[in-house]
Design a protein around this ligand. Structure first.
Ligand code: GLY
Length: 448
């Protein structure tokens, strides 16, 4: 599909966005670390994370607002990453933020100006959603010239946004790009919110006015705020006239790394395309997580890292890539993104060392684990793999249980997660007892 508007590279979009908001008086902030300064969050998942205390009124910004390009990791839908062109575990989020000094009308006007005058997107392909009860935002979009049939009202599931279970949140309004009738389901009432691929959401404007409490209630915030998030890769797909984030300049370069290593060509085979996309995505999460000081482990963010890294290794094996390979992706990431994120340049050696050690550890047991699982599946009666087998795969062969689940799902088998968790609990109990014995032995040696 040739775009009927100017094309822009990812780096150009990033600069144009940030320059635009700086020109409006917003202060440019660098991305914060993927490790949030906030115990309620495992990993940075939105540009607003680093501004939480400004929303809560605990800190005051002297500028009218802020803007940033934030590195984010979201893993809630990890098993569909790569299966479509839109989901990713790692992405960059362009955002502008204000804490009382910018009205809803101003925020929408800036957004409209940026997309129609800077990015020059055709107005007839822009669609908007607003929260069911939000008459004000609908009338702002209408006053900017958006026709009524380009605005859809949606409920809480689509148009109420929060970074996590607690913290600043509020109703939102999303901006969509119409990729064309030919891409969609063809239903006469197809509109943003439809499950088909026709309307691509690329910018979310959140009107942050509540602070979600532990008990689920919403306390009003001291000011009415703005928090917007534009997925850079999605915007790049629009600006480059391609259907998928993986076909944009940066992601396509990472796919080429996999093509070179595997000898497979992208867009020739659905199964290898999936693996090429998964590794292109996961390599970015893994590189940036380690560059921010996260190490593979069996819990918390270290577990997320381990799971992504091992999933990438598994897919490399599927592609026939032998031995350690991820450092090739690190090279490309440093080349493509190091100018924006100096931490990947500064910590490159650490990243490569940690990745190599994890690749080697998992590489040793992967084949045996795969054979063990294949054997278990062959002998299986019924459609549920028992928890003890999943536990052995985890404990002896280093298979994160989610990877076992994914392999099983391909054969329409589920995993007994409760049984698996029971085995994990027993192991923790054994470890606790062993630690206690050691402590008592140490006490009798040194204290007795
Ligand atoms: N903080 C707005 C978003 O992530 O959509």
């Amino acid at each position: 599909m040739a775009a009927d508007y100017p094309t822009m590279k990812t780096a150009e979009i990033r600069s144009a966005y940030l320059n635009f908001f700086e020109s409006k008086g917003c202060k440019l902030y660098p991305s914060s670390s993927l490790v949030p300064d906030d115990p309620s969050l495992l990993l940075a998942n939105a540009g607003m994370n680093q501004f939480k205390e400004f929303y809560q009124g605990k800190k005051v910004m002297k500028e009218i607002g802020a803007c940033s390009c934030q590195k984010c990791v979201r893993t809630n839908d990890i098993d569909i990453i790569g299966a479509d062109g839109r989901h990713a575990s790692f992405f960059e989020m362009l955002g502008n933020f204000a804490f009382g000094g910018v009205t809803k009308e101003q925020a929408c006007t800036w957004a409209y100006e940026l997309i129609t005058e800077v990015f020059k997107l055709p107005k007839d392909r822009l669609y908007f959603t607003v929260f069911t009860e939000d008459d004000e935002t609908e009338s702002v979009w209408r006053s900017l010239g958006v026709p009524a049939d380009h605005i859809t009202r949606l409920g809480e599931d689509d148009n109420f946004w929060a970074a996590g279970p607690t913290g600043p949140c509020g109703p939102c309004s999303e901006i969509y790009f119409d990729l064309g009738e030919e891409v969609g389901c063809g239903c006469p009432d197809c509109a943003p919110g439809c499950d088909c691929d026709r309307f691509l959401e690329f910018w979310n404007l959140v009107f942050t006015q509540y602070d979600g409490q532990e008990d689920g209630t919403l306390a009003p915030l001291p000011t009415k705020n703005i928090d917007t998030g534009m997925g850079l890769e999605r915007m790049a797909a629009i600006m480059q006239g391609v259907q998928s984030n993986y076909e944009t300049d940066v992601m396509r370069d990472l796919i080429s790394v996999g093509e070179r290593l595997s000898g497979k060509s992208y867009k020739e085979n659905a199964e290898s395309d999936l693996s090429l996309r998964i590794i292109a995505d996961h390599s970015r999460s893994v590189t940036f997580m380690i560059a921010d000081g996260i190490l593979p482990s069996n819990e918390g963010r270290g577990y997320v890292l381990r799971r992504l890294l091992r999933r990438a290794v598994m897919h490399a094996h599927k592609l026939g890539i032998e031995g350690a390979f991820l450092s090739n992706y690190v090279d490309a990431i440093v080349r493509l993104m190091g100018h924006v994120y100096p931490e990947v340049v500064d910590n490159r050696e650490l990243v490569e060392r940690v990745i190599l050690s994890e690749e080697e550890r998992f590489g040793v047991t992967l084949r045996q684990g795969q054979a063990y699982l294949a054997d278990a599946l062959e002998k299986l009666e019924g459609t549920v793999l028992d928890g003890a087998t999943a536990f052995t795969l985890h404990d002896t062969y280093g298979f994160p249980v989610e990877i076992t689940e994914e392999i099983c799902a391909d054969a329409n088998i589920t995993v007994d997660k409760e049984g698996f968790e029971a085995c994990m609990d027993q192991q923790r109990e054994r470890a606790r007892a062993a630690t206690k014995d050691d402590a008592e032995a140490a006490w009798s040696t040194y204290g007795g």
